[in-house]
Write a protein that binds this ligand. Structure first.
Ligand SMILES: [Zn+2]
Length: 136
């Protein structure tokens, strides 16, 4: 799987993550899924209601509305974004929820060192997703 982001989207994710630091920033990613490739065309940031630096949770109504809007705009759900004030790899809690979200891509950005990485679980198997940033 390849996850495609634009440099502008990456800038937005970095800005939101540094603004929230050390609290985790979070959001949902939508766009187009073709074979083996996910192209992000919408980044929907949402408040972390836990205001925690180790976990994130979003308001269910906000999630519902965001999915409805994406559906109206014919966008597909690609995955979740959140930041860590720690390395950009899934925590134990993340791993637990990743299993529940099926094959959704989890994009994680470290708000301490700016690194970004994407992960996916297929058949309970965690692997890294290749990230391609298109300069615009
Ligand atoms: Zn996490």
């Amino acid at each position: 799987m390849i996850l495609r982001l634009t440099s502008e989207q990456l800038r937005l994710l970095k800005d939101e993550s540094s603004k929230a630091h050390p609290i985790e920033a979070c959001g949902l990613l939508f766009g187009k899924l073709n074979d083996g490739e996910a192209v992000v065309t919408r980044v929907a940031m949402m408040p972390n209601v836990l205001k925690s630096s180790t976990r994130f949770e979003v308001d269910p109504q906000t999630v519902f509305n965001t999915f409805e809007q994406a559906d109206r705009d014919k966008l597909e759900f690609i995955g979740l974004f959140h930041s860590h004030p720690a390395p950009a790899r899934p925590s134990e809690v993340d791993l637990k929820y990743m299993r529940l979200w099926g094959e959704a891509v989890w994009l994680i950005l470290s708000s301490s060192d700016g690194t970004i990485a994407a992960f996916q679980t297929t058949n309970n198997d965690l692997h890294e997703v290749a990230l391609k940033i298109e300069a615009i």
